[in-house]
Design a binder for this molecule. Sequence first.
Ligand SMILES: Nc1ncnc2c1ncn2[C@@H]1O[C@H](COP(=O)(O)OP(=O)(O)OP(=O)(O)O)[C@@H](O)[C@H]1O
Length: 250
Amino acid sequence: MSGPVLEVEALTKRFGPVTAVDALSFTVARGTTAALLGANGAGKTTTLAMILGLLLPSAGTVRIFGRDLAAHRYALLPRMNFSSPYTDLPHRLTVRENLTVYAKLYGLDGVRRRIERMAETLDLGTFLKRPTGKLSAGQRTRVALAKALLNDPELLLLDEPSASLDPDTADWVRGVIERYRAETGATILLASHNMAEVERLCDDVFVMSGGRIVESGTPEAMIERRGLSTLEEVFLEIVRGTAGLGEAAQ
Ligand SMILES: Nc1ncnc2c1ncn2[C@@H]1O[C@H](COP(=O)(O)OP(=O)(O)OP(=O)(O)O)[C@@H](O)[C@H]1O
């Protein structure tokens, strides 16, 4: 298939009077990593949830691998996965049990081998046998990423992939994501508040405010266009310049 892996067109989500995502359009090219940035409440998580088919859009379309998500959900979902710090895996199950349940839900073969590979990739060996509810927040983030990589997704959605990670572990997890993309050619869309992470991992950035994209481009182009030196400065300038638009239109 040529063309973008992900095409979002005029995507809109209203929750009663709140327009969380407002006629949003963007594309993500095959094998690239893109970021959704924005202040709290800008609409990033709601956008990811619609791309995953977890929330139904009020209007607009999502096309993945050239096919409409609404019409081909069951063909598309096995080729995707996601990780979010808000995914709450069953607390009483051990990490191995949780990963086994997900691998079976995904209908994967070689479950044991896959889990061993994930344990190695994400250094889960010391806590595979522990109940998931007894892990620290940062350890749970790594388990959530292992769950997300279990089915070798071609499209990976990551909501705050380094949430709760200490700086050293965050750096290491970014390396895991980079290697996964390099080895598989996967396409990645992530939402993040960590600008250093976005500068390191992402080819394209979409800055959201009030459910819309207010600025986009490569991190380098955005920094240069504004005569600044980091993406963090760009982000602060945009968000402060659109003060009042950070939250979705009420
Ligand atoms: N289920 C819901 N019902 C009503 N309003 C909602 C619901 N989910 C999200 N919203 C509202 O939609 C807007 C966008 O929320 P969303 O979680 O997508 O933002 P976000 O950019 O991911 O924020 P954060 O950076 O804080 O995670 C917010 O105003 C939020 O209060």
